[in-house]
Structures are given as structure tokens and as C-alpha cells.
Design a protein around this ligand. Structure first.
Ligand code: ADP
Ligand code: MG
Length: 586
């Protein structure tokens, strides 16, 4: 699978050699009795083809490094303890597998028993091995330490985190950058024109009485040196190299189109929860409202039961808090969620809503609601996200939730330098908590209390003012804005599936610092494309003039033409180097 993916990834690198012309030219020469020149021509073309193959193979290797993480087989344990080795594709959800010390984990799943330190740097980027015990999640491709783990398979092989990464890389290869499409369109007409020009170069001097041999040679040389191989090879290698390099550093750019667009971004909008914050929030306060008749644990139980089916980071926090207190969670029915507002469900026959106080209390004026608003204000002043719990429509209590800020100050200033304007913050959370957090990372433009459509509105407004906006987000509530933006970037770990699907690029390890790096890598790729086009143009023009005005020997013409093609190809591959990323990340 990995090999074919890598091969497919390289698919769009164009075949630059015009086989037909070579054969025709060589054939023409033979007829003139210049067998040696014909042979030489073929040798030069053949070796240059090999050089190009070598150059593209390097791209293939670096992509393979990204894909070769999943092991081929796993040890499946059946109900009576029997073990068999099976291909990972045969594992199904619910199977139990055994991972021995030093083996790679063969499936995404949860530890049933055993304890071990697992190195999952390749998937999540955590540099140090993570201690895993019963109940913990493990990923395909992670390297087991010294313990043995029995793992319950929770995802099919085609659905694992690493498989999704591979799929994204494959999809990237199926697209062509706009510049490339443009070049290919022009190239078709150019080739037609070139054939006509070749005929003219051959026939015109003949008409004026020139010798047949000389005219034919000159025309053939013209056809070779004027053919646009180097132009065709100018665009995709830099872009694909940049994609491969970014992939190695945890940024999956889904297509060459996106890689080209990333560099155009001149405004960045960041989401708060899960993007600027780590997305691993914790419940810090449980505040039942007086008169609602609920104790702390009862309030938390109802909230956690209702939140259990939700994908939102705040929901995980509530469920975790209930688990930590050892509370049994009843099963929720009729679960529904509204992005940017909260969730509703029926728990033990009661209608529970959990969500944004500002939205749920909207317009209510009874004393209990008023009191809930006061408590929410208190929590928010303390920098918490306040979440209201209502039971059968009446406020029953509030939860205070705190999330750790990512180390984003450097990223914010790097983005400011790159795009010329400071990033802005778009969040559905309360304005007070948002403003506080924004100040800490150096963001001034804060838009809080936004519903998903408001986030889209903010993006459209900027684009209306002629800006090219990048949105970085994680949640279901960010998906519409990710789609509306010039480029959408999703957080890979904290990110919801919808955000991952919608985004143009995914930051696999949630490292914000890779955002400015990939923008400047895209700009470097763009520069290389232009540089390549200039090199190709200069060679073509120079050789054509030399041929028409002077007398360019055919082998020299071929060497010049092939030389420029190889230079252009290798020039693009420079972006594969580690140094290219490091320079971009500075
Ligand atoms: P952000 O835009 O910062 O990522 P969201 O739009 O996801 O934040 O959430 C905005 C607000 O909506 C939260 O601060 C919270 O009050 C409320 N909310 C949304 N989903 C949930 C949920 N599952 N549980 C509780 N509150 C929620
Ligand atoms: Mg979010």
C-alpha cells in the first residue's frame, strides 16, 4: 500500500521527454548518413531520462518515510486465549490483539490490560514515550516499549489515524496546481506552433536555395531546443517537494493547489478552544444553583451523561470530571448538538441542556436565570469558560472549565510579520475569557460569542475587503468558516472529523508553529517555480537564437536542452531538504 501510494503521489510529475521527436530526429539523421550523431542523440536522451528518474525517486523516498509507519501483521487473540498472526487489514472492530515488547501497534484501539511506555511520536508528535495502561487509547504505528499490551481494536485498518494521513497524501497527488494547468494548456498550443515553426525553418531556406542537409539539421535542432520540457517540469516538483517536506513535519497539505495558495494568505483567523488552547480542558468549578435541589455530583452526573455522545473538547472535560469522581453515568437519549451553543439530551426522563450561558439564558428574566448569569460572570471573570446546565428548561447549575493556553505568542508574532497584519481571534466562547487569553498571546482583534455562521461572516467580510484569509480551527463549529476561507487549516489531534475533512491542510500534531513555516515554505516554492520558468525560458530562447542566427551543433543543442530540463527538475527538489523547512520555520 505504501509503495503504491508513494508512486501515485509522484504521478503528476510530468514526463518531459518528447519521445516522438527524438525518434523522428534520429531517424532523419540516419537517412543523412549521420548514424553516429543519431546514436549520440539517443544516448543523451536516455541518460537524461535516467537522471530525471533518479531525481523523482528521491521525492518518493521521502514520502515513503511518512507512509511506512503501520506494521503489516498483528497477533490476534481469540476468546480461549489462542494466538494467530493476521494481516492488519483482517482485523475488525472488537478484536483483541497482543502487542509484545518492542513491537509496533497494529491497530487503533484501547488497552484492555498490561502496562507499557509507548512511543507514538510519529503519529502524535509527543517526543517522549507515553505510559499506557488499561483504558488508554493507542494508535497504529506507535512503538511499544518494554511491557506487553492487550488491545481491543476500535477502528478498521482503513480508518486509522495513519490510514487517514496516507489517504490525504494520495489525494494531494491527484490535483494539479493552477500554474501547472495553465502551463499545460499553453504548452499544447505552443507545441502546435513549434511544429509549424519547424516546418518553416526547414522549408523557407530551401525555397531560397539553401542546401537540403543544412536546412534539415537546423530544423531538427530547432525542434529539440524549442520544445518546452523544462517549462513543463518547472511547477510540480517544487510544490510536491514542499508537500512532502511539510508532511514530514506534521503538516498535511491536501493538494498542490493548496500548497500554491498557502503563500498568498495575508490574514489569519484563529479559533480559540482547541486551537489557541490545548483542547484538553478541565472542569475546575461545579456550582449547583441554590433552589435547584441538586448536589454537585448530581449536577455533574446529569451534565456528563448528556455530554457523553458529544465530540466537543468541553464535553470530554465534563465526562472526565464525572469519571474522576467515580460517578456512574446513565445513558442519554435523544441526543442533539448545536455547534457553538451546546448539547441537549434526555437523561433519566429529564430534559437536560448543557451549553453557552449567553445562548441558553437568552431573553430569560426569571430570578434563577438572573442568578445563573451572575455566577457565569464570576466564572468568566476568572478566565473560565462557563457552561450552563438546565434541567427541564430551568437553570440548575454551572460548570467552570479551564483550558491551558498553547505556547502561541511566537506564532502570533511570526504570522504578523509574514502577513503584515496581526491574526484575529474568532470564538464562540464568552468575550471576557476570550479577551483575557488573546492578550496573553498578543492578539488584539477579538470577536467572541460567535455562532458558526458568524465566523463565516467574519471571514467573508475580510475577503470582501480583498484579503486572502486563512482560518485555523478544530471544531464542528469551525467547519463552515474553514470551507469559506481562502485556505482552511484544521488541528489534527483536537480536531473533529468534519473539520479534518473540510480543511485544506491539517496540522497533525497540533503544533501552531508549523502554520507560519508552511506559509513561508509555500512562498519559497512559488519563488522556485518562477526561477525555474526563467531558467527554462532563457535556455530555450538562447538556444533557438543560436540555432537560427548561427549554427548550433545538434548534439550541443540536445545537451543544452536536456541540461536545462535536469537543472529545473533538481532545482525544484531542493525543497525536500531538511534545511528548507528549517529556514521556513525560522
Ligand atoms: P470556539 O469557537 O472557541 O472553538 P465553540 O464555538 O466550540 O468555541 O463553543 C462556544 C461555546 O458554546 C462554548 O464556550 C460553550 O459555552 C458552548 N458549547 C458548545 N458546545 C458545547 C458542549 N458540547 N458542551 C458545553 N458547551 C458547549
Ligand atoms: Mg474550537
Amino acid at each position: 500500500m505504501a509503495d503504491s501510494a508513494a508512486a501515485e503521489f509522484l504521478g503528476p510529475v510530468p514526463e518531459p521527454v518528447f519521445e516522438g521527436e527524438v525518434v523522428a530526429a534520429a531517424h532523419g539523421l540516419q537517412q543523412l548518413g549521420q548514424v553516429m550523431d543519431g546514436a549520440l542523440l539517443i544516448v543523451i536522451f536516455a541518460t537524461s531520462g535516467a537522471l530525471e528518474a533518479l531525481a523523482t525517486a528521491r521525492t518518493a523516498d521521502s514520502v515513503r518515510g511518512l507512509l511506512d509507519l503501520a506494521p503489516a501483521t498483528a497477533t490476534r487473540v481469540d476468546a480461549d486465549g489462542g494466538e494467530e498472526s493476521v494481516a492488519v487489514e483482517e482485523l475488525t472492530v472488537g478484536d483483541t490483539i497482543l502487542v509484545r515488547p518492542g513491537e509496533c501497534v497494529g491497530a487503533d484501539g484501547r488497552v484492555l490490560d498490561g502496562a507499557s511506555d509507548v512511543d507514538q511520536a510519529t503519529i502524535t508528535g509527543e517526543p517522549l514515550p507515553v505510559a499506557k495502561a488499561k483504558g488508554d487509547e493507542v494508535f497504529t504505528g506507535a512503538l511499544n516499549g518494554t511491557g506487553a499490551l492487550r488491545i481491543k481494536v476500535e477502528r478498521d485498518a482503513s480508518d486509522t489515524v495513519i490510514a487517514r494521513i496516507v489517504r490525504m497524501v494520495e489525494e494531494a497527488s491527484e490535483t494539479k496546481a493552477p500554474t501547472q494547468l495553465f502551463i499545460e494548456k499553453v504548452e499544447q498550443r505552443y507545441s502546435l506552433g513549434m511544429v509549424a515553426a519547424t516546418l518553416a525553418v526547414f522549408l523557407l531556406p530551401l525555397a531560397f536555395g539553401a542546401a537540403l542537409t543544412g536546412s534539415l539539421l537546423r530544423a531538427m535542432t530547432f525542434m529539440i531546443v524549442a520544445s518546452p520540457c523544462a517549462v513543463v517540469l518547472a511547477t510540480m516538483p517544487p510544490l510536491l517537494s514542499a508537500i512532502a517536506n511539510s508532511g514530514r513535519h506534521g503538516v498535511l497539505v491536501k493538494s498542490a493547489v493548496v500548497m500554491e495558495r498557502l503563500g498568498e494568505v495575508d490574514a489569519v483567523a484563529l479559533d480559540k478552544t482547541g486551537t489557541l488552547t490545548e483542547g484538553t480542558p478541565r472542569v475546575t468549578d461545579v456550582r449547583p444553583l441554590a433552589g435547584a435541589g441538586l448536589k454537585e455530583d448530581e449536577l455533574l452526573t446529569l451534565a456528563a451523561a448528556a455530554e457523553h455522545p458529544s465530540e466537543h473538547p468541553l464535553a470530554w472535560a465534563v465526562v472526565d470530571a464525572a469519571r474522576e469522581r467515580g460517578l456512574d453515568l446513565p445513558v442519554a437519549e435523544d441526543f442533539g448538538s448545536t455547534p457553538g451553543i451546546g448539547v441537549t439530551a434526555t437523561v433519566d426522563g429529564r430534559k437536560i441542556a448543557v451549553g453557552s450561558p449567553a445562548r441558553l439564558l437568552h431573553g430569560a428574566e426569571d430570578p434563577r436565570s438572573a442568578w445563573a448569569a451572575v455566577v457565569a460572570g464570576e466564572l468568566e471573570d476568572g478566565g473560565r469558560t462557563a457552561v450552563l446546565v438546565t434541567v427541564d428548561g430551568t437553570p440548575a447549575g454551572l460548570l467552570g472549565i479551564a483550558d491551558r493556553l498553547r505556547d502561541a505568542a511566537t506564532t502570533v508574532s511570526a504570522l504578523t510579520t509574514l502577513t503584515g497584519t496581526a491574526p484575529l481571534l474568532l470564538t464562540g466562547d464568552n468575550p471576557r475569557a476570550a479577551a483575557r487569553l488573546a492578550a496573553e498571546v498578543g492578539i488584539e482583534d477579538v470577536r467572541a460569542g460567535l455562532l458558526p455562521q458568524h465566523k463565516v461572516g467574519a471571514v467573508k467580510e475580510l475577503e470582501g475587503a480583498g484579503r486572502k484569509v486563512m482560518v485555523v480551527g478544530d471544531g464542528v463549529n469551525d467547519a463552515p468558516a474553514l470551507a469559506a476561507a481562502h485556505t482552511g487549516v484544521a488541528m489534527g489531534r483536537a480536531g473533529s472529523d468534519l473539520a479534518l475533512e473540510t480543511a485544506d491542510a491539517v496540522i497533525v500534531r497540533d503544533e501552531l508553529a508549523t502554520v507560519p513555516a508552511v506559509i513561508s515554505l509555500s512562498r519559497r516554492a512559488r519563488k522556485l517555480v518562477v526561477q525555474n520558468l526563467v531558467i527554462a525560458g532563457v535556455f530555450i530562447a538562447g538556444l533557438v537564437v543560436w540555432d537560427l542566427a548561427g549554427s548550433l551543433p545538434l548534439p550541443l543543442g540536445v545537451a543544452g536542452h536536456e541540461g536545462s530540463t535536469v537543472i529545473v527538475g533538481l532545482n525544484g527538489l531542493r525543497l525536500l531538504r531538511e534545511a528548507a523547512w528549517r529556514r521556513a520555520a525560522e
